[in-house]
Design a protein around this ligand. Structure first.
Ligand code: A2H
Length: 253
C-alpha cells in the first residue's frame, strides 16, 4: 500500500434481479457492485465491469437498505468511514468469489449501455480499491486489453463461463478527445506498442504512462453534460454530481 492516502470514487453499479441462487437471501434489497475509480468522468464509456475470478468478495450491509459487494478489506475501511450498518464493523451477509460474480448484469451510473456485465480480469489487485473495477476501454489500456482478450479468444470466454452476449455486442465508446491520440487513446497506444494480452505488464505500464497523463491534462470531453470542457474541469463537476445524486460515494484508503 502507498504511504499517501488515495481518494477514490466508489461507483454504485446496481445488480439487476433476479439474483443467482447464492445471492437469493439478498432479494428485495438494493445490491451494488462497488467499483473504485480515479476517473469518474470516464463512466460514460463503460462497456462492462471487472472482477478477479479467484478473488474473495462479500455482500456487506452498508445501511438498512443497501448492500455493497466488494473485498472484506474495503468493507472494513468503509466501516471506519461510517459506512456499515453495524458501526465500525463490516457485516457480511454472503461470502462470494469472483466466479460467483461473472455474468451479473448491472446498471451503472452515466453508462450509455443500459445494462453491462461483470467479466473476469486477471490483473486485479485485492489490496487496492474494492477489488471491483469499472471498464472503460476507450481510455484505460488495462480495460482495452482485457476486453480484447475476451473478444478475441473464445477459449478464454469458455474457461470462465462467459457468454458471447455479455462481451461481443459491446464496442468501444469514444468519450474523450486527446490531441495526437484521438478519441480511442487506449486502443491506439496498445496497437502502437503491439501489446498482445492483458498479461504484458511492462508494455501496459508504458501504455498507461502515455495515455493517463495526456488524457487528464489535455483531454476534452466529447459526450455528456460537460461535452466540450476539459477533462480537468469536468472531473470534479461529474464526481460531485454523482455523489449528490447518491450514485457514488467517496472512499479513502
Ligand atoms: B481507473 P491506482 Cl478510464 N486492481 O478507473 C487493479 N486496478 C484497479 C483496482 C484494482 N484493485 N482498483 C481500481 N483499479 C483501476 C477508470 C480509469 C482508471 C480510466 C483511466 C485511468 C484509470 C476505468 N478503469 O486509472 O493504482 C481503476 O481504473 C489510472 C490510474 O490506485 C482506477 O481508476 O492509481 C485505478 O486503477 C486506480 O489505480
Amino acid at each position: 500500500e502507498g504511504v499517501q492516502p488515495q481518494e477514490y470514487t466508489i461507483i454504485k453499479m446496481e445488480v439487476v434481479p433476479p439474483f443467482p441462487a447464492k445471492m437469493r437471501v439478498l432479494e428485495g434489497k438494493k445490491v451494488f457492485l462497488a467499483a473504485a475509480t480515479l476517473r469518474p468522468e470516464t463512466m460514460y464509456g463503460q462497456t462492462n465491469c471487472w472482477v478477479l475470478p479467484n478473488g474473495k468478495y462479500g455482500a456487506f450491509e452498508i445501511n438498512e437498505t443497501e448492500i455493497f459487494i466488494l473485498t472484506e478489506r474495503a468493507a472494513l475501511n468503509l466501516a471506519y468511514q461510517k459506512l456499515s450498518r453495524v458501526p465500525e464493523k463490516p457485516n457480511c451477509l454472503v461470502e462470494l468469489t469472483g466466479y460467483d460474480l461473472i455474468g451479473l448484469p448491472v446498471k451503472s451510473p452515466l453508462s450509455f449501455n443500459e445494462i453491462i456485465y461483470a467479466l473476469p480480469m486477471m490483473t486485479i489487485l485485492t489490496d487496492k480499491g474494492t477489488g471491483i473495477v469499472t471498464s472503460v476501454p476507450s481510455d484505460a489500456p488495462d480495460d482495452y486489453m482485457a476486453l480484447h482478450d475476451l473478444k478475441a479468444k473464445p477459449a478464454f470466454r469458455a474457461k470462465f463461463g462467459v457468454k458471447d452476449e455479455w462481451v461481443l455486442p459491446f464496442e468501444i465508446i469514444p468519450i474523450i478527445d486527446i490531441p495526437e491520440f484521438g478519441d480511442r487513446a487506449a486502443e491506439k497506444v496498445c496497437v502502437d506498442l503491439k501489446i498482445k494480452s492483458q498479461n504484458e505488464k511492462e508494455k501496459l505500464a508504458e501504455a498507461k504512462r502515455l495515455v493517463y497523463l495526456r488524457g487528464f491534462t489535455e483531454g476534452t470531453m466529447t459526450v455528456g453534460e460537460y461535452a466540450g470542457r476539459r477533462v480537468q474541469e469536468a472531473k470534479a463537476l461529474i464526481r460531485t454530481k454523482l455523489i449528490e445524486t447518491g450514485q457514488a460515494i467517496i472512499y479513502s484508503e
